[in-house]
Design a protein around this ligand. Structure first.
Ligand code: DHB
Ligand code: FE
Length: 278
């Protein structure tokens, strides 16, 4: 039986990749963000995941405005990092767990989540940076399964639906017959808006309430529609839907191991949470 050890949720701002490439982790601007990770890494070393199920949104590499699946799953042997610029070194490719991918694909579709199945997929900062936060040497010790959520093009999947997708992932992992440890990750957010009149919008009060709900009241955010979430958190703040999927996958007693919140990194309220699932 596969075991979900917990969830790690974190921000995925591309310029953090530039900071890593230049070794700026101790620079006063970046330090408050990078300081969020030593404790997360200690916890990961303790729980020893074999696989990361990474819930994130694609920023135009695989899906653009012409085709945008609401939910998609990678079932590829390998995922290459093909990010969108900053002149940063390319990260080593990520090894897929094809067997777990196909198991999840079958189980989720059987559970009425009509996933788009991707036998080829490239990954961007929303996938690569959170991996580099946990494994800074970029020698990935885990296999991966990417799960994409459309947080880009309206209508978005509702928060309620995202939470249910997470629950379905949790059931599917629990039914997997291999004895492996699975870490679920959710990336993006928290509040940010990159364009328009409200560019720079940040909502600390909402973010902190949402972070509290991730521990104590995980369905709290499901009261909001996609437009409500944009109003509160900004057009890209809706990436918190990825966090909600990750939280939904936790089936046991959930405890907060660690969290970090810092405003701003670029235009974003930057946050990290480590949730154990016992
Ligand atoms: C920023 C944040 C994001 O989530 C993203 O995908 C791109 C840019 C930013 O704050 O700069
Ligand atoms: Fe993003």
């Amino acid at each position: 039986m596969a075991n979900i050890v917990g969830a790690i949720t974190t921000t995925h701002v591309p310029s953090i990749g530039g900071a890593i490439a230049k070794g700026l982790q101790q620079d006063p601007y970046w330090k408050p963000f990078f300081d969020g990770f030593p404790k997360a890494r200690d916890w990961v070393a303790k729980v020893k995941p074999d696989v990361v199920v990474m819930v994130y949104n694609d920023h135009g590499l695989n899906f653009f405005l012409d085709k945008q699946p609401t939910f998609a799953i990678g079932c590829a042997p390998e995922y290459k990092s093909v990010d969108e610029g900053w002149g940063i070194p390319t990260m080593p490719a990520f090894q897929g767990d094809e067997d777990l991918s196909w198991h999840l694909q079958k189980s989720l579709i059987g559970d009425e989540f009509d996933m788009v199945t991707c036998q080829e997929m490239v990954v961007d900062h929303a996938f690569t940076l959170p991996m580099a936060f946990l494994w800074p040497d970029q020698k990935w010790p885990v296999r991966v399964v990417p799960i994409n959520v459309n947080t880009v093009l309206f209508p978005l999947p509702s928060a309620k639906r995202c939470y249910k997708l997470g629950q379905a992932i949790g059931r599917a992992v629990a039914a997997y017959d291999k004895n492996i440890n699975v870490l679920v990750m959710g990336t993006g957010g928290l509040s940010h808006q990159l364009e328009g009149k409200r560019a720079g919008h940040i909502n600390k009060e909402f973010d902190l309430k949402f972070m509290d709900s991730m521990v104590n009241d995980p369905t709290w955010a499901t009261q909001y529609s996609d437009v409500d979430l944009v109003e509160h958190t900004g057009t890209q703040g809706v990436e918190l839907l990825n966090w909600l999927v990750a939280r939904g996958a936790l089936t046991g007693k959930v405890t907060l191991e660690h969290s970090n919140f810092h405003i701003p990194i670029s235009n974003t309220a930057a946050a990290t949470m480590v949730l154990a699932n016992n």
